[in-house]
Every structure is written in structure tokens, then in C-alpha cells.
Design a protein around this ligand. Structure first.
Ligand code: GLU
Length: 483
């Protein structure tokens, strides 16, 4: 039997949960579930200033909302914990002592100012800024002197010279780096906290991670991590760096392109199924033309073989198309629940509605069901049911109310309206009656009524709108025109 696949998602809880992070989590999740492997959630909170529990909670809530769970990690525990890096400092310390004892790492007493001066000097000479090894062979006297000055050392990894570092990458093939381009890098900061490139290796090893699937931006970190693996005598995992996510203009996805966090999409009224489906297609392509995939179908179809190395383009129209598919699957009850926060935010509901009002609201909201891609579009679609002021949307619509026969049409309409019970079938018949009584063609009856009631020439069927408006609103609106 082949080895069980163990993957991890290892977010840094330093801010809003980016959609790209969700995509990395999803690919790991799919790989684990597809292969019957294990998914681990580890929190990489070594950036003490920027990390927060709030952000961690937000990430976990977003993962759960998207329908992902994990087999080991924060909250659920497991045999390889703790799963939060700041709770693992003793573990890292042990390995640091080992590396120091073996001469594979050393204390560096350089100050930030000295390092900055070195960077600037290298840049001025047109060379790549990197640590040039000032402290890599300090004498005991120099060390004593620095200590006496009260300098607090960092620990640096001694990068071997003239080595080719080959990263075997599932997505990119073999990617070769030259160790001479990498300066000795800090593995433990002066406050004793390990850096990402160091802690990640120890954690991935101890958590028995054998597939590291993450965003392409970490590819340049990987040679450093490979050096640490080798120095500690750890077997390297298989890497897979999934492509960058670009905006439609092919520049790196950023706030300029619109919403970037999972939470923003949730608040806009995108559905987890829609987001998952869309994210899966950002970099992965199925073997077929199929575009709509439930999570179950994704698990079945997913394979790292079909993860592309060219950048993925975040096409909001595609997200909308996919999300609309899932919105249309909501039934009346579910759709109303889905609409509620947006209706509340728009002020079209206040939460204290009577059962009658709620029943009416449900019908109103349902008129948008086929037409919206995400929840925040609902209020705009139904606003005509809530505004008292109606005006023709443009000059063409206004002209439709100026026709000679318009007063007669509207007056007859109101008279006949009073005689019926308001439902779709009766409204249809009502228009026929008005046609007959006025001797006018369908359009000449229909359009003035539509513009008088809604201001628009197009929109939902009048048979849908009129019963929802009710007689009083219809009469009031028409009265404004014919006086
Ligand atoms: N903590 C890193 C990040 O959030 C994860 C990198 C990794 O997956 O190795 O970007």
C-alpha cells in the first residue's frame, strides 16, 4: 500500500483571509479527501506583531463555512501537536541548539542599521542584497565584545557555497536554484522566535507532511527550506506550487480588483458551493468541459496532474455565473433566508415584520430568484416594491406616458382593477378587458401601465408585479399621472 498522503494548510493569521489562501486550502483539502489522506491545519503565528487570534478565528470560520474540515490541527488536536507555532518554541529550540553545535548555524550580532547599510552598499554596486557573512566566523573575543555591548543575537543558517538546489515540484517540474544567490538567512530572531522558513520545515517534518501544496509566491522560499531539511537530515516532502491568481487585467490580484477576502464574498452573498467551485477552477482544470462541480464531484475529479503552472485569472463574471447556478438551486425558504441580511441592510426589512408582511416579502424576494448572481443584488432587483416615488427611467419611457390614449387606458385600467381579485391570471384577463374596452392594441395598453407603475419599459411580468403592489399602490401611482 502506498504511503498515506498528508497535507497541511498553514495560514499566517495576520489579516483578512484572502481568497488565494482559500484556494490553497481547497487544493490541499481535495487532495486529502480524494486520496483518503489527512488534512492538517497549522497556524503560523510567529509574526507576533501582525498575528491575532481574531484573524485565526476568522480563517477557521471561513474554512468551515466553505465546508472544509481537518483531521488534525488547531481545535481538533492530534498526535503531532501543538498546531500553533508560538506553542512550539521549545521544539524549535532543540533543533537550533543542534544546528549551532554542528556549526550549521551561528549567532549573528549585526544590528538592523548595519544590515541595512550592507544592503544599500550591495544595491549601489548593482548586486543582489544579501547577508555577506560578517558574523559567520567570529572569534570568542569578538563575541564577548558584542555581548558586552548588549547586542542580542539572531541565529543564522550557514548556507553552503556552490550548491545547486533542485526543488522537485509537482506543478513546475524541477526548479533549480544556486546557493550562492542566497545569503546566510536568519532562522531565529533576536527575541527567540523562529522565522517562517525555519519553523515550517521542522513542523512539516514532525507533522509527517509529505505533500506541501501552496501558493507560487513561496517557491522562492523553498530552496532555503530545502537547505534546512538537508541540514537537519529530514526527508523532503513533495512540493507543489500552485499558480498566482491574477486579476482580469493580468496583474496580481489585489484590492484594486474588488473583493479579495472570503469574508467580503460571504457578505456580498456568494454561496460556499459557488466559491469552492470557482476556486477549484483557478489553476485546476478537469478532464472535461464540465464547469459545475459540487464539493463531492470535486473530490472525485481533482488531481494534481491537472493543476496548471500558468497563472490563473480571477474572472468575476465566471464566479457570478457559477454562483448563480447555486443560487437558483435554493428553494423558496432557503432563498428568503439567503436574501434576509441583504434586505435588512437595504432597509427593506427591519426584523419586526408581521407574518402577513413576511409572506408578502417572501413573494417579493422570490421575483429576483432567477435573476441575481449573488445576494447583495437582491435589494436592487426588488427596490420598486419599496419606493413610493416612481418616475420614467428615461425620455423614451416618459414619452410613452404622453400618448393621446394614455389617460383613457389608465382610467379604464383602474376601474377594472377594482372589480377583480388580484392574482396573476386575473391580471392577465384584466389587460384583455382593458384592450377590449379601449379598442387598443396590447402594447398600447401594456406599456403605459408598465411605465406608470414601475417607471421602466422592461422588467418582470406585470402579472407578477401588480399582485405584489396591491390595488392601493397601483391606484396611487396611476393617480399621480392622470390626476
Ligand atoms: N504561513 C504561510 C502563509 O500563510 C504558509 C506558507 C506555507 O504553506 O508553507 O503564507
Amino acid at each position: 500500500m502506498s504511503e498515506e498522503i498528508r497535507v497541511r494548510f498553514a495560514p499566517s493569521p495576520t489579516g483578512p483571509f484572502h481568497i488565494g489562501g482559500a484556494r490553497s486550502a481547497l487544493f490541499n483539502y481535495l487532495l486529502a479527501r480524494k486520496t483518503g489522506g489527512k488534512m492538517i491545519l497549522r497556524i503560523e503565528d510567529t509574526d507576533l506583531e501582525r498575528s491575532s487570534r481574531e484573524s485565526e478565528e476568522n480563517i477557521k470560520a471561513a474554512l468551515k463555512w466553505l465546508g472544509m474540515d481537518w483531521d488534525e490541527g488547531v481545535d481538533v488536536g492530534g498526535p503531532n501537536g501543538p498546531y500553533r507555532q508560538t506553542e512550539r518554541l521549545d521544539i524549535y529550540r532543540k533543533y537550533t541548539e543542534q544546528l549551532l553545535a554542528e556549526g550549521k548555524a551561528y549567532y549573528c550580532y549585526c544590528t538592523d542599521e548595519e544590515l541595512e547599510a550592507e544592503r544599500q552598499a550591495l544595491s549601489a554596486k548593482g548586486q543582489m542584497p544579501r547577508y555577506m557573512g560578517h558574523c559567520h566566523n567570529l572569534t570568542p573575543e569578538q563575541v564577548a565584545e558584542y555581548k558586552a555591548q548588549g547586542r542580542k543575537p539572531t541565529v543564522r543558517f550557514r548556507v553552503p557555497a556552490d550548491q545547486q538546489i533542485v526543488v522537485h515540484d509537482l506543478v513546475r517540474g524541477d526548479v533549480v536554484f544556486d546557493s550562492n544567490g542566497i545569503g546566510d538567512f536568519v532562522i531565529v530572531k533576536s527575541d527567540g522566535i523562529p522565522t517562517y522558513n525555519y519553523a515550517v520545515v521542522i513542523d512539516d517534518h514532525l507533522m509527517k507532511i509529505n505533500h506541501v501544496i501552496r501558493a507560487e509566491e513561496h517557491l522562492s522560499n523553498t530552496p532555503r527550506q530545502c537547505l534546512v531539511y538537508d541540514a537537519l537530515g529530514f526527508e523532503k516532502p513533495t512540493f507543489g506550487h500552485i499558480s498566482l491568481i491574477l486579476g482580469k487585467d493580468h496583474t496580481k490580484m489585489s484590492k484594486r480588483h474588488g473583493a479579495t477576502s472570503v469574508d467580503q464574498y460571504r457578505q456580498l452573498g456568494y454561496l460556499p458551493a459557488g466559491i469552492n467551485n470557482f476556486l477549484a477552477l483557478l489553476g485546476w482544470a478537469p478532464n472535461s468541459e464540465q464547469e459545475i462541480f459540487s464539493m463531492e464531484e470535486l473530490v472525485k475529479a481533482f488531481s494534481m496532474d491537472h493543476v496548471a503552472k500558468n497563472p490563473a485569472v480571477f474572472d468575476i463574471d465566471k464566479l457570478n455565473f457559477i454562483n448563480q447556478h447555486y443560487v437558483r438551486q435554493l428553494d423558496g425558504e432557503a432563498f428568503f433566508e439567503f436574501a434576509k441580511p441583504h434586505m435588512l441592510a437595504a432597509g427593506f426589512m427591519d426584523g419586526s415584520e408581521t407574518p402577513e408582511k413576511l409572506a408578502w416579502l417572501k413573494r417579493v424576494v422570490w421575483t429576483s430568484h432567477e435573476h441575481v448572481c449573488y445576494g447583495a443584488q437582491i435589494p436592487d432587483y426588488v427596490k420598486m416594491y419599496f419606493t413610493e416615488e416612481v418616475a420614467p427611467e428615461d425620455a423614451e419611457a416618459a414619452a410613452l406616458l404622453q400618448g393621446e390614449t394614455v389617460p383613457k387606458v389608465l382610467r379604464t385600467f383602474v376601474e377594472e382593477l377594482d372589480k377583480i381579485e388580484l392574482d396573476g391570471a386575473n391580471v392577465k384577463a384584466l389587460f384583455k378587458t382593458v384592450q377590449k374596452l379601449t379598442g387598443l392594441k396590447g402594447k398600447d395598453v401594456f406599456m403605459p401601465v408598465r411605465v406608470a407603475l414601475t417607471g421602466n419599459q422592461h422588467g418582470p411580468e406585470m402579472t407578477e408585479i401588480i399582485p405584489l403592489f396591491g390595488k392601493e399602490k397601483c391606484k396611487a401611482r396611476i393617480a399621480k399621472i392622470i390626476g
